[in-house]
Design a protein around this ligand. Structure first.
Ligand code: ACM
Length: 272
């Protein structure tokens, strides 16, 4: 059995130190194997432009925020999966880091940028991959990746048992859709969302909370409220995610017919 969960809260835009101390105090004493935090939990989400983002993004290797999170993981013997505004040379990615007591175990750079993110983030430039630790294979995706079923499918084909999904959701579709992502791939998923609003000169964005744990039969194990801070942790049985059968004669991964899916990897152009 593995203890997994999320911390749902309302980050304050631009207040990295305040947001970090909120996370550190909320997680102090937590007994878990893996805790997922929202997307961009330290910087906030709704940037005015690239220069504002650049002033808040950090190189994880030199980041005091990451150093504090490594110490938190070491003291509590858990892994964290957290959103992070990642500076890398002249690029800035909307990333998720897997952090343990010995350092950063994995970096995922969001592949599918949402709306205004396309103005100031660089799109992810590294392949999807899983990370194995504590006897579980983690697949990492960030927020709007939910709308691209290929992401969860590729991670499942790479052996992911548990999708860790830092999010800052503003639309209402994701939580329900993730139940299907879990069912069609027979995996668990933790979607860690934020709540509250980012108020910028460009407008106000309000986030939907309702972070959740979903299971391999498409079941909702638990969903948080839309506007309450919460640390949630539950035990999951990984053998359920490793059984890919839907009937005695059907296996979700082996029954695929990729030779008929070639349109998926051809360049798509809109027909007009
Ligand atoms: C999103 O991808 N943050 C909606």
């Amino acid at each position: 059995m593995l203890r997994v969960g999320f911390f749902q809260f309302a980050p304050k835009f631009g207040e990295v130190a305040t947001n970090l101390s909120k996370v550190v105090s909320a997680l102090r004493g937590a007994k878990a194997d893996i805790i997922v935090l929202p997307e961009l939990p330290f910087t906030g989400y709704f940037f005015q432009d690239r220069s504002e983002l650049a002033s808040l993004a950090q190189d994880p290797a030199k980041s005091p925020t990451v150093s504090s999170l490594i110490a938190l993981c070491r003291d509590h013997d858990f892994l964290l999966v957290t959103g992070f505004a990642e500076k890398s040379a002249d690029k800035i990615f909307n990333s998720a880091l897997v952090i343990g007591g010995d350092g950063i175990l994995h970096t995922y750079r969001k592949l599918h940028l949402f709306n205004t993110e396309k103005e100031y983030f660089d799109p992810g430039d590294t392949p999807l991959d899983t990370i194995e630790s504590r006897g579980v294979k983690l697949g990492i995706m960030v927020c709007f990746d939910w709308a691209f079923p290929e992401v969860a499918r590729v991670l499942a084909l790479q052996g992911a048992d548990l999708l860790c999904h830092p999010s800052n959701l503003v639309l209402t579709y994701c939580q329900q859709t993730m139940l299907t992502r879990c069912l069609e791939n027979s995996v668990f998923a933790v979607t860690a969302n934020r709540f509250g609003s980012d108020i910028s000169p460009r407008g106000t964005l309000t986030f939907t909370g309702q972070s959740q744990l979903a299971g391999p039969e498409g079941e909702l194990v638990y969903r948080a409220k839309p506007t309450e801070e919460e640390l949630f942790i539950a035990e999951i049985d990984l053998s359920k995610a490793r059984d890919k059968s839907m009937t005695q004669r059907n296996d979700l991964l082996e029954d695929r017919r990729p030779e008929y899916y070639t349109a998926l990897i051809e360049n798509y152009t809109t027909m007009t």
